[in-house]
Design a binder for this molecule. Structure first.
Ligand SMILES: [Zn+2]
Length: 177
């Protein structure tokens, strides 16, 4: 397995609709494993393929990484088939380092897709799981969490992000000793 590089907004891949996976073959399965490793390494609970610069409809998620049971999801072509209720969550994003913002989402979702073995699956999620699935599936449609913010709120968050990105740039440019 290997770590993949996470791209930062405004990388073009983050505002592009990702293509369906035609076939979950060995290459895609290994890519799912690399995504999972990258997600754990970055302390993320979810990761969508566009964040690692691959414009395909794939996501990984683990909202309970400390648990003894295998709670890792690797899914291609995920689709929300039902949603209920409303929940507000303070969201962050690996492609938007340094900022968080409250987003309104559905509280429960029913999702279907294809697992790592190429089998069709469907499952329900609520709370963080539901929030994460909606956040990652948005990525597959080229939608970012800040796109759910409006007006002044959005402007403030984007200004904060520009600042955070600049600071990261300064750190990256600094020669290491
Ligand atoms: Zn994200």
């Amino acid at each position: 397995m290997s770590l993949l590089k996470i791209v930062y907004y405004p990388a073009e891949v983050l505002t592009t609709r990702a293509e369906d996976v035609a076939h979950v073959d060995g290459t895609i399965a290994r890519f799912m494993d690399d995504m999972a490793e990258t997600m754990y390494h970055s302390h993320g609970v979810g990761l969508a393929a566009p964040l690692v610069n691959f414009s395909r409809r794939i996501l990984t998620m683990d909202v309970d990484p400390e648990s003894n049971t295998d709670s890792l999801l690797r899914i291609a072509n995920p689709e929300i088939v039902e949603k209920h209720g409303e929940i507000v969550w303070e969201e962050g994003c690996l492609s938007f380092p340094g900022i968080t913002a409250e987003v309104v989402r559905s509280a429960e979702v029913l999702v279907k897709g294809i697992d790592r073995e190429g089998e069709e699956i469907s499952f329900e999620a609520s709370g963080l799981g539901a929030v994460c699935l909606q956040h990652e599936i948005d990525h597959l449609d080229g939608i970012n969490f800040v796109d759910h913010l409006r007006g002044l709120k959005r402007r403030l968050v984007m200004r904060e992000y520009a600042k955070a990105l600049k600071e990261l740039q300064v750190l990256a440019d600094r020669p290491s000793v």
